[in-house]
Design a binder for this molecule. Sequence first.
Ligand code: NAP
Length: 304
Amino acid sequence: MSWHVLGAGSLGGLWAARLFRGGEPVRLILRDRTRLAQYRAGGGLRLTEGDTTSLYPLPAETPEAGNPIRRLILACKSYDAEDAIASVAARLEPEAEVLLLQNGLGSQDAVAARVPRARCLRASTTEGAFRETDFHVVAAGAGQIWIGDPLGTQASPPWLETLANLSFPVRWTDDIDARLWRKLAINCAINPLTVLYRCRNGELGQHRAEVAALCNELVVLLEAMDLAPAAQGLQQEVEAVIAATANNRSSMLQDVDRGQRTEVSYLLGHALPIAERLRLAVPRLTDLQQRLQALLAERGLPVD
Ligand code: NAP
């Protein structure tokens, strides 16, 4: 049974290369014919791990290709996910499984609504990768991948073991949305501030009180949503992440520096309307979003 990976960017490239070299049948789905021609001209996908760069000649196609899709890994940004799934929806087999790698929350529901017959699983990953150039991915940090079914404790798919055997650091969870919320909260406490202060994560150590105040509001929100386990020890974990990734530039800061759209709508932009619906006062988070949006607008970037 073949895997399809839609999006040959950082994470999609990392996943596809690891599947391919493990002997799994895998095909890339690229945006359009122009991207496909560029990919073919380079001879395949390059993956750098440590000092080693390997070229993997994975087959690739466009969304319009005719072959049916049984197992799809959706590896685009959150804001592209709905259009991307729509472009291949007609190709999904009735029993299709779709694994969503998007960070934050909001896009997963939109995707699932587009393909109601497919089983949409969600992943939350702390692995890191970036694009050196088009179709050349650098593995930038070990981590953990949690996979789960948002509809509850349904059995894990048999291919989870296949991924584990290929050295994917995967674990199954019965509560993937709590994992995604926890990561969303950590991202909300760190990423926007790194953009506003134009700093690496570690420099947020100088803004401890501000980080703590954001964590307090995020804890109130998570607890009000009955996600108390995701709220537990949030501030301590945020401080630990800041220390452990002191030299890193957050993904949001990298997006802004590259002049690219951020995923803010799926982070703060997802949390704030829920706080409003629950009538929770979150002045620090609201102020953070307003300052971030002002900066994005100043740079000519989308504010959502
Ligand atoms: P990325 O490097 O920008 O890659 C996204 C890829 O999706 C690009 O290659 C893009 O193609 C492709 N794409 C977008 N729309 C498409 C469409 N309709 N059809 C085909 N391809 C399409 O992004 P990323 O860093 O891999 O991030 C993907 C998700 O993973 C994000 O939600 C991110 O937050 C999350 N994540 C990433 C990391 C990481 O370390 N990179 C870690 C944790 C979580 P083009 O090249 O043609 O634009």
